[in-house]
Design a protein around this ligand. Sequence first.
Ligand code: FAD
Length: 370
Amino acid sequence: MTPVRSALIVGGGIGGMAAAIVLRRLGIAVDLIDLDPAWRVYGAGITITSPTLRAFEQLGILDDVLRDGFSGRGIRICTIDGQEVGEVPDPPGMPGSGGVMRPMLHRILSEKTSASGTNVRLGLTIDRLDQHDAFVDVIFSNGDTGRYDFVLGADGLFSRTRSLILPDAPVPEYTGQSVWRLFADRPAEIDRRHFFLGGRVKVGLSPVSRDSLYMFLLEACPRRTTIPDDELYLVLRELMADYGGPLRTLRNSLSPTSQIVMRPLEAFLLPPPWHVGRVLLIGDAAHPTTPQLASGAGMAVEDAVVLGEELSRANDLAGALAAFAARRTARCQLVVENSLEIGRLERTGAPPAEQTRVVAETLGVLAQPI
Ligand SMILES: Cc1cc2nc3c(=O)[nH]c(=O)nc-3n(C[C@H](O)[C@H](O)[C@H](O)COP(=O)(O)OP(=O)(O)OC[C@H]3O[C@@H](n4cnc5c(N)ncnc54)[C@H](O)[C@@H]3O)c2cc1C
């Protein structure tokens, strides 16, 4: 028995869809709303670490992700010329690590969400939340109203739910880095994640299917910059000028039709607790992270899995939320803080060994049972 019979999930991203699947398994009536009328996701790739694969397994989507994505072992560490100088192994006993295209993951999760019996409503947000002892009254942006036992804010970095329940929360701030991503064909030798360290930018490759990969490049820029789309490949070509090996081949292939996304990184630390009354924040709404540990999506899915476990054994919602906070807060804060720390090491040109040490240590901690 769960203390919750009905729930509203605000946000149909990775965390919101994972939560919908988990809550439906408990027999909870779930409405899920998303602001985007087309329920789209942008076309970049996403890296999946070992703990994220484990969370996908708990959610029941591991086979689908492995079918449509890519799984290898560990991270190969290289010089800027592409010479291998070390590796960060996956923690022992974990199901490898890899990558998948975001639209592919979105399709897998959205099909599973719809099949779970979740009532999905698109092009909608919340205008107002009124909390009462036993329920929450909601006014939607189209004027409709609803009453729920529980509301979950899974609406990402700029969460509207967060601004309603925690109006004084800090706002996202630019971290001093931009991330570039390039989608390309996968050469056979790129059979796992690669980091190319020691240059003026940090570059990595992540396979996302049998045939494709994405490259990420982290650039320190004191001020937030925007670059017109038709100039992206030229600036990227310049940023990659010092790099050899597989990155030279990628650089030589850059053209006006290359699939490139550039985005300034934003983050902030939201002090816990991440719930107020009957409303809980999960995923990026509670603990948005920069991508250095490639673990934000994994944390969002783990949030959903743990929430399901705690709701299935608690006598009341307050008890479930307290137990959830006890299991999630330190772990998610570690990801946010260490991602920011790696970003700082990258910006200040710290030795590669120092950067990989923080990655390896954090992945070791995240491999612990959730
Ligand atoms: C550049 C970059 C690269 C990254 N790479 C990785 C990676 O390789 N691996 C990894 O694990 N993580 C990565 N992350 C982190 C990961 O993308 C996020 O942690 C993850 O997407 C969080 O999921 P979420 O469901 O909480 O939020 P989101 O994925 O942001 O989903 C939020 C959803 O809410 C909807 N929404 C927004 N506002 C409203 C509203 N007001 N009302 C209703 N709906 C709303 C949106 O349309 C969206 O569908 C990366 C992040 C960045 C910025």
